[in-house]
Design a protein around this ligand. Structure first.
Ligand code: COS
Length: 387
């Protein structure tokens, strides 16, 4: 489908496609098998200015917004959802700064992040605070010009390899989520250490780690926004980043579909390629149609954000929900098209199925997305009634 992309958007998409085909595809299976983070790809993406895509020009960015980020993430994920994640998660970790950082903070951190020499991570989740993000326990107690952080974060993508961590804490635990504050905590800050890295079903080329804060002293200049605004900034961050998860899901689905179509032409049964059977054609048709619908919604939401919409929580949740469910379905069907070969690790599609699963879970489970959408609908109806 033609989305009438601008010249710059086409350039980013094609460049990402080239990197994916030439550099990522050849190492994807090995990184998955060995659970290896591909630093060489990060370096390539950095050299090609990928980390500048979504940043504003005044901070050294290319000003290509959410749409630019979505196109790049989708194309990279088409080759490997895990490898693309190191890149996409850095954008998530940077997002609180874009949402609520001061000009001084942006000037201090964004050039480093835009160069791709430093990665970022977003640290909200704790062992007892997943979907219920408001129940975090990590505290930040004011002490002169510093805040002293204590607690731990887990399931953090890029956790342990990021130079900068956006950490959601409680500066006023009695006020719950209204007492939350976000800090940009640099690697090497005394009192910050890293716990265990988890082994995973999919996205194995990405790092998922723990951050441990023990009397970790962070200067007040690293507080993003104001004390007490942390939860809202975290939610606004997720509103902006969920189209990125949708893009990752689109890429995974497209990669799985590409393989399924190719294989169906090569595999012969009953004296003919299985692609000639209506049963296979119907399957491919449903996969492609659902994928295109998810892509149209995701691009629509990215464009809405870039056009300056102020409230896009509902739409952002919708594209994450739809694209990730479609990715899981398409990848599972691709395995079905491959038959017995589909579950063998020598063939590419079982990895797409494993990589797809997390897109239904992280940055808010799809049950939470439905809850965000449902609440927004009820709120919209209530405000219409008042008018
Ligand atoms: N933008 C701005 N502010 C928002 C917001 C948004 N999208 N969503 C909520 N808020 C504000 C609310 O306005 C409210 O402010 P006040 O206290 O001033 O009224 C505050 O945040 C609390 O909101 P709410 O009462 O809706 O919070 P809940 O505890 O009910 O939680 C959900 C809301 C479930 C939506 C939230 O916890 C969530 O998104 N959970 C999933 C977390 C997640 O995605 N984790 C993955 C981590 S990153 S891999």
């Amino acid at each position: 489908m033609d989305y009438f992309l601008t010249e710059e958007q086409i350039m980013i998409r094609d460049l990402a496609r080239k990197v994916a085909e030439e550099k990522i595809t050849p190492i994807a299976a090995e990184c998955d098998r060995e659970h290896k983070f591909p630093w060489e790809i990060i370096e390539t993406l950095a050299e090609m200015d990928f980390f500048r895509i979504y940043l504003e020009e005044e901070y050294g960015g290319l000003n290509l917004g959410t749409m630019g980020l979505v196109l790049a993430t989708e194309e990279l994920s088409r080759a490997c959802g895990g490898i693309a994640l190191g890149f996409a998660a850095s954008a998530l970790g940077t997002m609180p700064l874009l949402v609520a950082g001061s000009d001084e903070q942006k000037k201090r951190f964004l050039p480093d992040l835009g160069s791709g020499k430093a990665l970022a991570a977003f640290a909200l989740t704790e062992p007892d605070a997943g979907s219920d993000a408001g129940s975090i326990k990590t505290t930040a107690k004011k002490d002169g010009d510093y805040y002293v952080l204590n607690g731990m974060k887990h399931f953090i993508t890029n956790g342990g390899i990021a130079k900068y961590n956006s950490v959601v804490t409680l500066t006023d635990p009695d006020r719950g989520s209204r007492g939350a504050s976000i800090f940009f905590v640099e690697d090497g800050t005394q009192g910050l250490s890293y716990g265990k890295e988890v082994d995973k079903l999919g996205i194995r080329a990405s790092v998922t780690g723990e951050l441990i804060f023990e009397d970790c002293r962070v200067h007040k200049d690293n507080l993003i926004g104001k004390e007490g605004q942390g939860f809202a900034i975290a939610m606004r961050t997720l509103d902006r980043s969920r189209p990125g998860v949708a893009a990752q899901a689109l890429g995974i689905a497209q990669g799985a579909l590409d393989h399924a179509v190719r294989y169906s032409r090569e595999r012969h049964q009953f004296g003919q390629p299985i692609s000639s059977f209506q049963g296979i054609q119907f399957k491919l048709a449903d996969m492609a149609t659902k994928l295109e619908a998810a892509r149209a919604l995701t691009y629509g939401v990215a464009r809405m954000i870039d056009a300056g919409s102020r409230n896009f929580s509902k739409e952002s949740a919708m594209c994450k929900l739809l694209a990730s469910d479609v990715a899981m379905e398409v990848a599972t069907q691709a395995v079905t098209v491959y038959g017995g070969y589909g579950v063998i690790t020598e063939y590419p599609v079982e990895k797409y199925m494993r990589d797809a699963k997390i897109t239904q879970i992280y940055e808010g489970t799809n049950e939470i997305q439905r809850s965000v959408i449902g609440r927004a609908l009820v709120k919209e109806a209530a405000s219409k009634k008042k008018m």
